[in-house]
Ligand binder design. Structure first.
Ligand SMILES: [Zn+2]
Ligand SMILES: [Zn+2]
Length: 302
């Protein structure tokens, strides 16, 4: 079952040096999510062959333009293509008015859109189905802003195929074994669950944290996630700018990654003050070696 993140836009504030503002495409099993939708997101979807028509849910961190200006265009394209499937958009308050005002006077969209307001003051379960749960996380920025954690739901154990024939297991017995139960054969013999099954693959998770000040209150919410994308707008040379604009540096993001014991850190939301990006990787890696430089078009498979 696939769990993969594709970065569409990785720049802060404005497009610069061929980089676009924030947008990410996330596939978890058969669910396709868009996280933020900065200007140019649609063009990046074309560049990287992202199946945009499969997106059913969009998560928006906050209402700064570099995270939402791609949204009216995307909805307009869905409409032109005669989309029928419902779309759910999750964000802090105020997005619906902003977006619908821009889609007027075109009239009604061809598909239903539901806007869901996220309370940015505490962590909430904002979406779940059989395979994934999504929580919001409060972060600290100039306007109400949230991060998101996507966690795979626990799966049943795997049945060892050779045991089905060996013990002539029925369908209900196989189901019970996958759920962790021991099995009693017609002879009365008990077969221990450990013999019949192997454990499911470890659960995977992804945390999206931008735009935010360095804040250790985030750590408990992202403890042990497989992959963390964290605001790295600046490096040490613009430390004061980071505090002033309520963003983080690469070193600070790495400190959060280290404290949270995440699997990998991906950098991003780069300031247009930086033409090249190697310095972000260098600084973050000194604190947290399992850092990868976030680049548009890169896909991170978990
Ligand atoms: Zn931003
Ligand atoms: Zn912002």
């Amino acid at each position: 079952m696939k769990f993969a993140l594709t970065i569409l836009g990785v720049n802060a504030a404005t497009p610069a040096f061929g980089r676009f503002p924030t947008a990410q495409f996330l596939q978890i099993h058969n669910d396709y999510f868009l996280i933020d939708c900065g200007e140019g997101a649609q063009m990046r979807m074309s560049d990287f062959q992202v199946p945009r028509h499969k997106i059913r849910r969009i998560f928006i961190s906050h209402l700064h333009g570099d995270h939402i200006f791609g949204l009216p265009g995307l909805l307009f394209s869905f409409d032109l293509n005669g989309r029928q499937e419902a779309l759910d958009i999750f964000s802090p308050a105020g997005l619906e008015e902003m977006i619908l005002a821009q889609l007027q006077p075109g009239g009604k969209l061809t598909f239903p859109v539901s806007f869901h307001e996220i309370d940015p003051t505490s962590s909430r379960l904002i979406f779940e189905n059989d395979s994934v749960a999504v929580h919001s996380i409060p972060v600290w920025h100039r306007i109400p802003t949230v991060g998101f954690v996507f966690r795979e739901k626990p799966r049943p154990k795997n049945i060892r195929p050779e045991k089905i024939g060996q013990y002539q297991l029925s369908i209900p017995q196989i189901k019970a074994a996958k759920a962790g139960e021991n099995i009693q054969l017609p002879s009365g013999q008990i077969i221990e669950n450990e013999e019949l099954t192997s454990p499911p693959a470890p659960l995977r998770s992804y945390a999206f944290i931008t735009d935010t000040l360095y804040d250790e209150r985030i750590v408990p919410h992202i403890q042990g996630v497989s992959l963390l994308y964290h605001d790295t707008t600046f490096c040490d040379d613009f430390l004061e700018n980071a505090a002033h604009t309520m963003h983080s540096t690469a070193r600070q993001a790495a400190q959060i990654a280290s404290m949270a014991g995440v699997g990998r850190l991906v950098t991003g939301h780069y300031s247009s003050r930086y033409k090249t990006l190697e310095v972000f990787l260098e600084e973050a890696s000194t604190v947290f070696p399992r850092t990868v430089l976030g680049l548009e078009g890169s896909t991170y498979e978990l």
